[in-house]
Ligand binder design. Structure first.
Ligand code: DON
Length: 349
């Protein structure tokens, strides 16, 4: 290795070594990570900017039209420092990442039991829009908490139905208000995505109707599916997503605005569901390599949380077969490993 390629300063050289090892799939123990976050972000951006694997989601027609070359990275530390690269200001639809924050809203207002008892906190082992998973959950009903979670479509539509409000507008304002608080700025719906998804969401309507029929949704299931569709269409950029993740990393306090969005004691449960099901049936693989609670969306975003350290987000639309952005998975893994983000890494005493 050419030391000069990095710097003559020993600490900068060590940083370069750490990034190189992380790129090669090695994980450095947290206490050895001497990498400057901007160096790690830049290195991952350069390493993966030419990667062209995967394909945009196309079952929602508007998503197929998004530029597949879009690639933005943002990392926000719990003390509010922001590190970015690439197209970090370009908005995509939040899609399934929204599920985390609607679940968090319900947990904040109605307590952790509300989600655990009504929806469950277990992996389904099935795809995010599996109807077979709905049939499975029906079978175990009555035998304890449901074998489902609020991060797959049936559980997410049910969670949206649990947000209280006098009418659809009131519920929507609460959902969007929560997202705004996590992001630290007012977000808006991408109307072209909302229309495209509303025109093509028959499968989610079927899921909503089934969840109503089986007693998981107790209010108007059509309204729940519509609000769920709207929440998935909210526009966010990588920096918004990283701020949302950083709010969870800092125990529920937005590091930029200082607003407490969710009680610190409720955050571990939210992160546990993300660790269990955030990347759907690939959640185990993801956790094995990163240790990070995370959530993906078919718009191409992934957020990940290193508790007490940072939130990170990458936006890159091409997805793998499980529906997770390929470049986002690679970039987050490299950056987090370079920075010692894995919460399972412990120092021997
Ligand atoms: O319900 C859907 O199909 C989309 N609105 C969201 C799916 C999604 O993002 C799955 N994520 N990887």
């Amino acid at each position: 290795m050419n030391r000069k390629a990095f710097s003559n300063h020993p600490r900068a050289w060590l940083a370069g070594v750490a990034v190189t090892l992380a790129m090669a799939g090695w994980t450095l123990p947290a206490q050895q990570a001497a990498v400057d976050p901007q160096t790690a972000v830049n290195s991952a951006f350069n390493q993966f900017k030419t990667l062209s694997e995967g394909k945009n989601a196309d079952y929602i027609p508007a998503l197929a039209k998004v530029d597949p070359n879009l690639f933005g990275i943002a990392l926000v530390t719990v003390d509010g420092k922001v590190y970015t690269a690439g197209d970090f200001k370009t908005e995509v639809s939040i899609q399934s990442i929204s599920k985390v924050f609607t679940m968090a809203q319900v947990i904040q207002e109605q307590g952790p039991d509300s989600i655990e008892k009504r929806i469950g906190v277990d992996a389904t082992g099935a795809r995010f829009n599996s109807i077979i998973a709905v049939e499975g959950v029906k079978v175990v009903q009555g035998a304890g908490a449901p074998e489902m979670n609020a991060l797959v479509n049936p559980g997410a539509i049910s969670a949206t139905s649990m947000v209280t409000g006098a009418n659809a507008d009131a519920v929507w304002n609460k959902i969007l208000g929560t997202y705004n608080d996590y992001a630290g700025r007012p977000l808006t719906v991408l109307q072209d995505v909302y229309k495209s998804e509303s025109d093509s969401n028959q499968r989610n309507q079927a899921i909503g109707a089934l969840m109503y029929a089986y007693g998981y949704i107790k209010t108007d299931w059509r309204q729940a599916v519509d609000l769920y569709t709207r929440q998935c269409s909210v526009g966010v950029n990588a920096q918004d997503l990283a701020m949302m993740a950083a709010t969870l990393a800092s125990g529920g306090k937005n590091p930029a605005t200082g607003k407490v969005v969710v009680d610190a004691g409720k955050v571990p449960g939210i992160l546990a569901v993300m660790a269990t099901a955030g990347l759907y049936d690939d959640s185990g693989k993801w956790l094995y390599h990163t240790g990070l609670p995370a959530k993906s969306g078919v718009g191409g975003g992934i957020i990940a949380v290193s508790p007490g350290k940072f939130g990170i987000a990458v936006v890159s639309p091409p997805l793998d077969d499980a529906g997770n952005s390929i470049r986002a998975q690679r970039a987050i893994t490299a950056i987090s490993n370079a920075l010692g983000g894995n919460p399972y890494v412990a120092t021997r005493r």
